[in-house]
Design a protein around this ligand. Sequence first.
Ligand SMILES: Nc1ncnc2c1ncn2[C@@H]1O[C@H](COP(=O)(O)OP(=O)(O)O)[C@@H](O)[C@H]1O
Ligand SMILES: [Mg+2]
Length: 448
Amino acid sequence: MPPLPEWLLRCAVTDTPALEAKNLYKVFGRNPKDAVARLRAGESRQGIADAGTAAVIDASFTVQPGEIFVIMGLSGSGKSTIIRMLNGLLPPTAGDVVIGGRSVAAASPAELRTIRRESVSMVFQHFALLPHLTVLDNAAYALEIQGVGKSERRARAQEILDRVGLGDRAHAMPDELSGGMRQRVGIARALTAGTDILLMDEAFSALDPLIRREMQEQLVELQRELGRTIVFITHDLNEAMFLGDRIAVMRDGRIVQNGTPEEILTDPANDYVAQFVQDVDRARVLTAASVMEPPHQTTPVSAGVRGALRTLRAQQVGSVFAVENRRLVGVVTDRAVIRAVKSGETDLRKIVDAHVPTVGPDDLLTDIVETAVEATVPLAVVDENRRLLGVIPRVTLLAALGNVPATTREMPVIQSPIDMVAQFTPLVDAATEGTLVPGAATSEGSVR
Ligand SMILES: Nc1ncnc2c1ncn2[C@@H]1O[C@H](COP(=O)(O)OP(=O)(O)O)[C@@H](O)[C@H]1O
Ligand SMILES: [Mg+2]
């Protein structure tokens, strides 16, 4: 992947929100102002139907710089109407849009054109490429409008095309490209414009599912690198959940919930949202950090083999994590402990297995399932310093994926403790003088 040029990396470093919608209303019809007054007075959308169609009702939200803000709702819920008000294509019936601290309602026509040219780019569902221009000139088009000279704009467009994986198709014509490639050109064109805000209206909805997923992943990657602010519209909840830092859920013109994907999934504001999220692909939304359990089954390395044995027995589990200064050293199994006891080994470090499956707190469940399936111990969630943040027993993972509410905070047993009596009685007896036999005296003091 080629390194990114400086001009591309200009991420807004400011506290000012990138974009604000303030009590936006849009009514289409004979008497829009009157309709808004009646809506404000408490009449319903159906109630004011004689005055017009209330496409957007009292929508307020704030989009922070560098965020992907998703507006999600069924067809007809008012998404496109909102996005057209965001870039000044449609005047609101009431309310205001503020871009980078500047009121769109108060802007003159000339200022509006400047905002559209320099602050906000659009990516459409049907690409809207110019058929007679090459891919390169399509990608460079916004710069041409901005008055950038031919060689510079082509150089910038080429960089972006390389970035979206179309560098070698720069001289193709749009009709020689697949749908996915054409939408990449659409994105390249919006990125080349260099605007801080990208508005994407159902940009991936026309693509088939595999291409679509690829595009979603690429968009997230681009976003991480470029730090642009994106308002992304979709009717697809899975897409919303995957892309959105935050999601506004719309119904009949109103925003019914505004929150992170996890909030919307785990705490839906009402039955409508709850029904919506029922079928969501949770694996692509939930992170390791959001499902992990507190790490109870740990033993400090300094506690030695005896300490590990004590923990194994107290917790009635088959393995524990060995830690040192909260950092994960590895996993210790009951078998290894018993063997150590038998041979007189006291140093836990000697029997720790350092090959533990670990995952990061931000890893998506979809990316850790395979590790979990193969692991014989709970997954350890560690930060970049290998500090143990939590654990994910397999059953926790399965419960999260299946939307089973947690009824207990107890640690489930993944690797069942070995049947010490049956398998190791002679060995244990020799080592501990029988103290591991259930019912016998259980003071670990006798394990030496
Ligand atoms: N120009 C218009 N004139 C009249 N009604 C419109 C117009 N644009 C949109 N609407 C109506 O406003 C509502 C919201 O439409 P839209 O914003 O396109 O929804 P979405 O993008 O969520 O599918 C719909 O009922 C639609 O029929
Ligand atoms: Mg629409």
